[in-house]
Write a new protein. Sequence first.
Length: 413
Amino acid sequence: MMKINSFRTVIFLLIFISILMPLAILSFLTINSVNSRIESVLEQNLLNYAHGSEVIYNSHLDRILKLGIMLSENSQFAENVANGDTSALKDQMVQFAKSEGIDIATLIDPNGLALARINSNVTGDDFALGGLTRYAALRRIPIASTEIIPSAELAIEGESLLLSARTRRIPTLYQKTDDGNPYESNGMAIIAAVPIVKDRKVIAVIVVADLLNRDYRIPDEIKKILGADISIFQEDVRVSTTLSTKRGNRYVGTLLFEPVYNKTLVNGETYLGRVWAVNNWGKAAFVPIKNYMGEVIGVMGIEVPEAEFRQSQFFSQKTDIAQIIIITTIAVLLVSFGITFWVSKKLTEPVDRLIESANEVIKGNFEQGVKINSYDEINNLANAFNIMIRYLRKNMVKKEREILEQYKKVKGK
């Protein structure tokens, strides 16, 4: 163990450490608290943006519902439905779907049988989403929802829709244990079912829908508005996203992080926290997507790589308070260093002067003392030192006189 011989160094270290230790502990606790608070605020912002994406998503549900209502309220369309003119109905539906960018438009009778489709000539079969159409017919109200469309129905609607929905399940780190099925063949769509009423009786239901699989309009719109990467999952399979590879391919088919799966798809709750997002760790907020019966059939979420979390463009620019605290702490330490040095010097200066005076005494100089205006203890020490010098000087003078007298006596003899 190194021995410190300097009194000034000891005092300096004692004072400096007494300031440094509490300051370091306080700074450490403050920085942790501030960082935790910043993280909490940013996560809350992330959650707010996830709910913001819900609003945009719901606006597309509203749009598809308004389109269904618009078509149902068209007088010519309603007349063709009443007359059972399926050829004219199909032509009108095809034209309407083309102008509005709709993937599916199908007319269903009150019993759930298809009367006309824009993508095929198949009619008379049971429509796969009969429950939704019956709900709209029985309640006589338009309804919009997100639904899973079975592959068999997509096959009837058209090969292009079937191919869009067919997605290879890509193994992903930390996914839920896979069921062994390498492909997802069903599709997920935003759908509106609107009853057509005549003489207070439902004569048909018009169904209009947009397939979400590999349709990037909603994610791209959300990213344009919020500046965040968004993904839509059909159950646990990513079917639409803004996330893309360096080659520009979208990460469609990658699987959902297992904790998100358990929180959203199993428990039906919002997930906020850390995730494995395709190929790196990130922060994310996921919200469940439900069908008209309230069943969770998918999730939608915002994902931000951890390295970019604090600097993400969709967060308002924030000053890192932790950095301010660190800079302030360093400044306080430098000031403390200067003050401690000055205090230790002021404390040891009287001692240095006492040492100098003592060295003079050693040399035989008794004609001096020390004038010190310091703390009581140092003043008392200086006074005692001065008394000692006066006593020594007095004794020295007395001794010199005795020696001189003896010398005179010897010389007189």
